[in-house]
Design a protein. Sequence first.
Length: 139
Amino acid sequence: MEIRKFREQDRQSLIALWQACELTRPWNDPDQDITRKISIQPDLLLVGELDRQLIASAMAGYDGHRGSVFYLAVAPAFQQRGYGQALMTEVERLLTSMGCPKLNIVIRSSNRQVLDFYRGLGYATDDVVSIGKRLIADT
């Protein structure tokens, strides 16, 4: 798999990937999420390509204090082959090169498969509560 920066021509394939991986939610417009991301740290929106097919993605960020990653996705037909791990290795490399000391990841507590994936990469549960407030409605 080749890991590279997002290109505008990837947009529809990327949204389709996120939908296939059940990462989209009615209250988050994935097209708008892409537009927002490419306006801030566009080099941290990564895609994975295999035989010219977009099969994976990761959207990372760094705010000067902590890094984050969202939309880590591998097409269902390509899971369990190390592509997600390869993407996370690249995300960690990019964030480390920016001086990022720690990466925080938000995962739904009911998503055991994803929790197990990250634990296998050395991530541990922090004793924190994630809270949020919508500032701009997408719908």
